[in-house]
Write a protein that binds this ligand. Structure first.
Ligand code: ZN
Length: 513
C-alpha cells in the first residue's frame, strides 16, 4: 500500500518529512521514492494533502475504568454541590432496584461555596439506592448511607483515611486505601461488564488516533479483559500492562520473566503508589503533610524483586516528598535495574523540589507525565502549592534537563485523547486564560516525541515502532492537516481522520472524500 500526496512526518530527525509512504503487510516497507510504483499493483491511497504521523500512544490510562466511566454518571465540571447532586438525582431514577449507582468526576475543590460532600447530602437524592461516586482523581470515594451499610462499620485500612465528623461518625468520604478497599469489596464491576465496556473503549481510542496504551488497571484484572478482547479479534491497539505491587509474590511464583506476552498485549511492569493526590490533599509533601502509601524502603524491595524477573517499576508520585523518596529508591537500587536494562518511571512527577529535578536525567528514570493535568489543575495548584510552583508540572524543565518524558492522559481523570494532551503541552491552557507558567510550555516536536516515540522506548520497542521508517510497524494516524504548519492556538482544531495498527486500518479506512 502506498500513501501518497500528503505530508509524512516520520519523527526521525535524519529524514523528518516524506511525500509518500510504502507499507507492506504490517510494516513500513521502506523507500518513499517513485520506484514503489514498480510493485505489483500496489494499493494507492490519496492523502489529499493530509498529514501522517506515527500512531499516538497514551502512556498512562486506566483503560477498563475509563471505558466503564463512559457509562456512569459524570460529575466533572459541576460548579456547586447542588449541581453535582442534581446530576446524581437524575441518574438515580434509572437504577434498577438492588443495583449500584456508580459515578465519578467530582472535585470538592471546584465547588463554590466551598463545602465537602457528605452521606446526608447524597441520601436526600438517592434514598436506599447504594451509591458510590469516585472523585475526579480516583483517590476519594463518596458514599451514601445505603452504601456505607454494606461494610457494617469496617472501613479502616492502612494507607487510607476515613473522614469523620466531630462525633467520630464517617461523613461518607473515604480516601486512598480505604476508598479502594471499599470499591474492591462492594462496588467492583464484573468481568463481563469490563469486557463489554472496553470493547467500545478500544474503538473510541482508535478513533482518537491511539495505537498503543500503557494500562494501569492491572490490579482490576485488565490483563484478562484484554486477553478476551484479543481472542475475539477486538483488540486493535497495543497494550503494555501493569501488575500491582501488592500482588508481587504471586507474580514471582509463576515461571515466567517479563515482559511477557505477544505483539499486541504484554505484561510489562509493576505499578506502585507512593502517595495520594493534589485534589484530595493527600500528596506527600516535604513539609510533612500527606499520606504515605509505600515507603522508600518498601519501594526498594519491590524494585529489586521485580527486576530479578525482568519487570521494571512504574511508581505514582505526586508530592515533592513522594518524588524524592521514589528517586532515592531508584538510586539505591540502580545497579540492579540497569544490569537488566530496565526502564523505570515515575508516574505524574507533579511537584519536584529544585534539587530533585535533574535526578531524573542523572539516574535514567523516566517522567511519565500528563500534559493535560497542568491546565486542568492550575487553580488547585495555585491554591495548595503556591510557594512551590517553581517545580509543579515542570515539563519543560524536565525536558531541558535531558530527562526522558512520556505523555499520557491518566484517563478517566482526563479524557483519553492524546491530541488534547499534545495541545495542553504546547499551550499550557485549555480555556480562554493565558498559559499557566508559560515557561513550562513544550514545543510541538517535544509533545509529539513524548506521545509517539518515548512511550515506545519505555516498552523497549524503539527498534520496532514509534517512527515512520523502514522496517517499523505500520502504526500510524492520519490527521486532517499538518500541525507543523499551524500557529499554536490553531492546534486544537486538528482532527484525526484515520488510524492504522500493524498495516490494518482500525478507524475510518480510505477513501475519505
Ligand atoms: Zn493513574
Amino acid at each position: 500500500m502506498i500513501l501518497e500526496n500528503g505530508v509524512i512526518r516520520t519523527l526521525e530527525p535524519t529524514m523528518p518529512v516524506a511525500r509518500a509512504l510504502a507499507i507492506a503487510d504490517a510494516r513500513i516497507a521502506g523507500g518513499v521514492g517513485v520506484h514503489e510504483r514498480a510493485l505489483a499493483s500496489p494499493e494507492v491511497v490519496d492523502l489529499g494533502g493530509r498529514c501522517v504521523l506515527p500512531g499516538l500512544n497514551d502512556a498512562h490510562v486506566h483503560f477498563p475504568t475509563w471505558s466503564l466511566a463512559q457509562r456512569q454518571v459524570r460529575l466533572d465540571a459541576a460548579r456547586t454541590l447542588d449541581e453535582a447532586l442534581e446530576r446524581v438525582a437524575t441518574a438515580a431514577r434509572d437504577v434498577p432496584a438492588g443495583e449500584w449507582l456508580r459515578g465519578h468526576g467530582w472535585r470538592s475543590g471546584d465547588w463554590a461555596p466551598a463545602t465537602e460532600p457528605t452521606k446526608e447530602a447524597l441520601d436526600r437524592v438517592t434514598g436506599g439506592t447504594p451509591t458510590a461516586l469516585m472523585a475526579r482523581d480516583y483517590h476519594s470515594l463518596w458514599l451514601n448511607s445505603a452504601a456505607l451499610a454494606r461494610a457494617d462499620g469496617a472501613l479502616e485500612k492502612r494507607g487510607g483515611v476515613v473522614v469523620r465528623d466531630e462525633h467520630g461518625e464517617p461523613t461518607g468520604v473515604l480516601r486512598e486505601e480505604c476508598a479502594w478497599h471499599f470499591r474492591d469489596m462492594y462496588v467492583r464491576p464484573t468481568d463481563d461488564e469490563m469486557v463489554d465496556a472496553s470493547r467500545e473503549g478500544v474503538k473510541l481510542a482508535n478513533s482518537r488516533g491511539v495505537t498503543a496504551v500503557h494500562d494501569k488497571d492491572g490490579w482490576l484484572g485488565a490483563l484478562a479483559v484484554f486477553q478476551r478482547l484479543q481472542a475475539e479479534g477486538a483488540l486493535t491497539l497495543r497494550v503494555w500492562e501493569s501488575h500491582p505491587k501488592d500482588e508481587l509474590d504471586p507474580l514471582l511464583a509463576l515461571p515466567l520473566a517479563g515482559p511477557f506476552g505477544n505483539d499486541l498485549l504484554r505484561l510489562g511492569y509493576v505499578k506502585a503508589f507512593m502517595d495520594g493526590t493534589l485534589g484530595s490533599q493527600t500528596a506527600r509533601m516535604l513539609g510533612g503533610s500527606g499520606v504515605e502509601i509505600t515507603s522508600r524502603e518498601e519501594l526498594e524491595d519491590v524494585i529489586i524483586r521485580a527486576a530479578s524477573r525482568g519487570f521494571s517499576v512504574a511508581v505514582h508520585a505526586i508530592g515533592d516528598r513522594a518524588n524524592r523518596d521514589a528517586l532515592d529508591a531508584f538510586e539505591a537500587t540502580r545497579k540492579t535495574w540497569t544490569a537488566r536494562r530496565l526502564r523505570p518511571r515515575i508516574e505524574h512527577a507533579q511537584l519536584l523540589a529544585a534539587e530533585d529535578l535533574p535526578r531524573f536525567e542523572r539516574l535514567g528514570v523516566a517522567a511519565s507525565v500528563q500534559f493535560s493535568h497542568a491546565p486542568s489543575d492550575r487553580d488547585l495548584a495555585d491554591r495548595f502549592w503556591t510557594a512551590k510552583n517553581y517545580g509543579a508540572y515542570a515539563y519543560r524543565s524536565l525536558l531541558d534537563s535531558g530527562a526522558v518524558v512520556a505523555n499520557g492522559s491518566d484517563a478517566p481523570i482526563e479524557e483519553l485523547d492524546p491530541w488534547a494532551g499534545v495541545c495542553a503541552g504546547v499551550l499550557r491552557t485549555n480555556d480562554d486564560r493565558p498559559p499557566w507558567h508559560p515557561e513550562q510550555r513544550v514545543t510541538l516536536e517535544q509533545a509529539l516525541q513524548a506521545t509517539c516515540v518515548t512511550p515506545v522506548w519505555l516498552t523497549g520497542d524503539e527498534r520496532r515502532r514509534g517512527k515512520l521508517i523502514p522496517g517499523h510497524d505500520a502504526d500510524l494516524v492520519v490527521l486532517d492537516r499538518d500541525p507543523f504548519e499551524l500557529e499554536p492556538d490553531e492546534l486544537p482544531a486538528v482532527e484525526v481522520v484515520a488510524t492504522m495498527v500493524a498495516g490494518r486500518w482500525v478507524h475510518n479506512p480510505p477513501p475519505w472524500d
